[in-house]
Design a protein around this ligand. Structure first.
Ligand SMILES: NC(=O)c1ccc[n+]([C@@H]2O[C@H](COP(=O)([O-])OP(=O)(O)OC[C@H]3O[C@@H](n4cnc5c(N)ncnc54)[C@H](O)[C@@H]3O)[C@@H](O)[C@H]2O)c1
Ligand SMILES: O=C(O)C[C@H](O)C(=O)O
Length: 308
């Protein structure tokens, strides 16, 4: 199993690190445009192998896509992150050009690759990857919902004063400060609805904190987060590499599902060796349906800014 990670910055390096530590891939190639940067990150990570007990071979390259040839999975993290006060959507001007070039270069050398898009604004970058590569829809996956759901569970555990392993919950919709749809009515602690343990106002606070999870960290860090994003990507890569058939909310091209068409947005999917093997239709309340429609309008407005 060969995995390429484009972008050796904060998120790309974290992806490579978690993929290696989980020890399921034979090879990870990290590529960056900045001279020597990916080579340096790869060498530093390889020097953790004997300490962390993994056999994955990590190599770095400065923009040489021939080194990525034959990749089974490629993760696109190249592009600029936001600064405090910015929205993800404001990154489109620079990141669209980068994602377009990167996606085309990747498929030139790995025509059978499964792409995982991370660069922001992620739902629109996922849509762009479809437009420029023409890959089948099961092979282009946007990562956002897995991260947002992890943040939702963190906030729920905090509110319930419970261990995170007791908590289950999912966030669908667009990966944006206003577009996320945390499914509060479905969230549980050991199969009991969380609404049995916390009141409406506290749950509403959890939902709001979840939606601005990325912005909160960006304010604290001065740039956007990387540990949880890298861990979320590694879980998606593992589900595909190990054919786990696990369900994650991912951004995927919809064709009528959830009443939406010609848009990439977060919905629950089954991930296995073929990438997205199924879009799972879950029952939504009327309120959740309305929020999903509003979220989709936001993503469509950002998509309209693309020049493709
Ligand atoms: N979808 C998500 O959940 C999620 C989570 C976190 C970050 N992000 C996004 O991921 C992106 C990367 O964030 P980061 O914190 O790693 O940024 P970063 O600045 O640390 O790293 C980005 C890297 O991309 C490289 N790069 C730029 N253009 C390139 C090109 N054409 N080819 C190859 N490499 C190129 C840069 O040299 C840099 O090393 C941002 O757009 C950020 O908003 C998304
Ligand atoms: O918040 C950001 O800009 C980065 C990423 O999308 C995140 O949610 O951490």
């Amino acid at each position: 199993m060969k995995v390429t990670v484009v972008g050796a910055g904060a998120v790309g390096a974290s992806c490579a690190e978690y993929i290696a530590i989980k020890n399921f891939a034979s090879e990870v190639v990290v590529l960056d445009i900045k001279e020597g940067y990916a080579e340096g990150k790869a060498m530093d990570l390889m020097q953790t192998a004997s300490l962390n007990g993994f056999d994955t071979k990590i190599t770095g390259t400065t923009n040489d896509y021939s080194k990525t040839a034959g990749s089974d999975i490629a993760v696109i993290t190249s592009g600029i992150p936001r600064k405090p006060g910015m929205t993800r959507e404001e990154l489109i001007g620079i990141n669209a050009g980068i994602v377009k070039t990167v996606a085309m270069s990747l498929i030139k050398h790995s025509p059978k690759v499964i792409l995982i898009v991370v660069s922001n604004p992620m739902d629109t970058m996922t849509y762009l990857a479809h437009k420029v590569t023409g890959l089948p829809k099961n092979k282009i996956i946007g990562m956002g919902g897995a991260l947002d759901s992890a943040r939702f569970k963190y906030r729920l555990a905090e509110a319930l004063d419970a261990p995170i392993s007791d908590i289950d919950g999912m966030v669908i919709g667009g990966h944006s400060d206003t577009g996320m749809v945390p499914l509060a009515s479905h969230a549980t602690r050991n199969s009991i609805k969380v609404t049995e343990f916390i009141g409406k106002d506290r749950l509403e606070q959890v939902v709001e904190d979840t939606k601005v999870g990325g912005a909160t960290l960006t304010k604290l860090l001065g740039t956007s987060a990387w540990y949880a994003p890298g861990a979320a990507v590694s879980s998606l890569v593992q589900a595909i590499a190990c054919d786990q058939k696990k369900m994650f909310p991912c951004s995927t091209l919809l064709n009528g599902e959830y009443g939406l068409k010609d848009i990439c947005i977060g919905v629950p999917v089954i991930l296995g060796k073929n990438g997205i093997e199924k879009i799972v239709d879950i029952p939504l309340s009327d309120e959740e349906k309305t929020k999903m429609q509003e979220s989709a309008k936001g993503v469509a407005n950002t998509n309209a800014l693309l020049e493709v």
